[in-house]
Design a binder for this molecule. Structure first.
Ligand code: GLN
Length: 483
């Protein structure tokens, strides 16, 4: 059963081959069996899940099925869940129980899905390896000594290890696509504004976007239809109609003209380049035209991102002061000490580093030198993408510079860690949608192919991804590290 896709499981449930309760128990059992090795969940919501599964079975018996009725799902612990702990991977929120559901959670609930747990993540989604979580690092199911990527590493590892058929994630600079690449699954970051951010704990609000993980492009299409759409509680959410992404990605012709940024291939690791060349051959045999393009400013993406994201986080995280939100320190003599002690105790090192950098970049005298400059680079990156999309339908490249690295390998070198996002941050800065799908193996570890589309062109991305998965079977490879 763990080899089945979400859509296959949905068929099995609808044809009553399996009940939702049986399916939910199957995944809960796998969590019990394997998660002590992976640490991909912060909270397992067994009781809640079994209750919901019972209700789903009653509905199925009456023929009342919605898009995801009876399907278990793992939720990143950045989404507020009513009555169930939401930690954001931080000591700061380690006891936080939200009084409401995030819109993404609400919509997935409405479609009948069943939350089986809240997944581990880098603290406040800051990280590329899942080593900054207060709840310990997550292990990659392909090699337990390696990181799963971050920040949505728990979600990615849980889907890769079939502890859940699908999961939610968030992507501010690559946190869905990079862990999808490192764990050999599909991860989709939609266009900025396609999915409501209400109830999703804020990191960098102009970049944050909710998305999903699953084993196939079709599964991602189905999930995207469930979570997308306008939400009056998020004024940046788009009013554009939500298409039936599954239908569209099945019926669209394969997008013809695919651009490959020359900058993405410069200094590329030899093994990754070899796998990518193989992909290009495959795409040509699918009648795609591959054209070289240039995204000159993408080289500056990480630098601009590492100013914009910390600047926004320094403001967003100011609410955690032990009074309004978050951990509250004991034994303090005045309010200033309360703020200081609560924040010192509640935040981990990476979060503190970002707050310091962000506050500095926004301070008088440095604002023009750093923040304004970063925003100018952001505009340049956007206009280069716009120009590129006048000439090509989609843009592709490797998702990450290499396969999963060893736990601890980059923790003492933040710059090396930040460079894990070199191919993903530009799309966030430009607000574009992109997916990572498995494209091959290097040293028995998975590598992801990134497909970037123009704003709101998710169907085109999914269509190419789906057709690639028709002629290749990289997405069917199972991790070997859990035996
Ligand atoms: N790895 C990036 C960072 O640490 C991106 C994180 C994210 O997308 N949430 O900021």
């Amino acid at each position: 059963m763990n080899e089945k896709t979400l859509i296959e499981l949905r068929e099995d449930i609808r044809s009553k081959e399996i009940s939702s309760t049986e399916l939910t128990k199957f995944y809960l059992d796998r969590i019990k069996k394997y998660d002590n090795k992976l640490n991909s969940f912060i909270t397992v919501t067994e009781e809640h899940a079994l209750e919901r599964a019972k209700i789903a079975d009653l509905k199925i018996a009456k023929g009342e099925v919605k898009k995801l009725t009876g399907i278990p799902i793992a939720q990143k612990d950045i989404f507020c869940t009513k009555g169930i702990k939401t930690t954001c991977g931080s000591k700061m929120l380690s006891n936080f129980i939200s009084p409401y559901d995030a819109t993404v959670i609400e919509r997935l609930n409405e479609e009948g899905s069943i939350m089986i747990g809240k997944t581990n993540m880098d603290e406040f989604a800051m990280g590329s390896s899942n080593e900054t979580s207060y709840f310990g690092n997550v292990h990659n199911p392909w090699d337990l000594e390696c990181v799963p990527g971050g920040s949505s590493g728990g979600s990615a590892a849980s889907v890769a290890a079939s502890l859940a058929p699908c999961a939610t994630g968030t992507d501010t600079g690559g946190s869905i696509r990079q862990p999808a690449s490192l764990t050999g699954i599909c991860g989709l970051k939609p266009t900025y504004g396609r999915v409501s951010r209400y109830g999703m704990i804020a990191f960098a609000s102009s970049l944050d976007q909710a998305g999903i993980f699953a084993k196939t492009a079709e599964d991602c299409a189905l999930l995207l239809s469930c979570i997308s759409g306008y939400d009056r509680k998020d004024s940046t959410s788009s009013k554009k109609d939500v298409p039936d992404y599954l239908e569209e990605c099945r019926n669209l012709d394969v997008p013809k003209k695919i651009g490959v940024p020359i900058e993405f291939l410069q200094n590329l690791d030899e093994g990754v380049a070899k796998v990518f060349q193989e992909v290009l051959r495959e795409l040509k045999s699918m009648n795609c035209e591959i054209v070289d393009i240039s995204l000159k400013s993408s080289k500056l993406g990480v630098s601009a991102y590492q100013v914009v994201a910390p600047a926004e986080c320094s403001s967003n995280l100011s609410r955690y002061d032990g009074v309004r939100f978050g951990h509250r320190a004991d034994n303090v003599k005045d309010i200033l000490e309360l703020y200081k002690k609560s924040r010192s105790e509640g935040f981990g090192n990476e979060v503190k580093r970002r707050i310091l950098v962000g506050t500095y970049a926004l301070s008088t005298g440095y604002y023009d030198a750093y923040y304004l400059k970063a925003q100018k680079i952001r505009s340049l990156i956007s206009s280069e993408f716009n120009a590129a999309f006048k000439n090509v339908d989609l843009i592709i490249g490797p998702t990450a510079p290499d396969v999963a690295f060893k736990i601890g390998e980059k923790t003492s070198d933040p710059i090396a860690m930040y460079l894990s996002d070199v191919y993903t941050v530009s799309t966030n800065l430009a607000g574009l949608p992109a997916i990572s799908i498995p494209m091959g193996l290097k040293n028995d570890l998975p590598l992801g192919l990134q497909i970037i589309g123009n704003h709101f062109q998710e169907s085109q991305i999914l269509s190419l991804a789906r057709q690639f998965q028709e002629v290749t079977d990289w997405h069917k490879k199972q991790p070997s590290g859990l035996k």
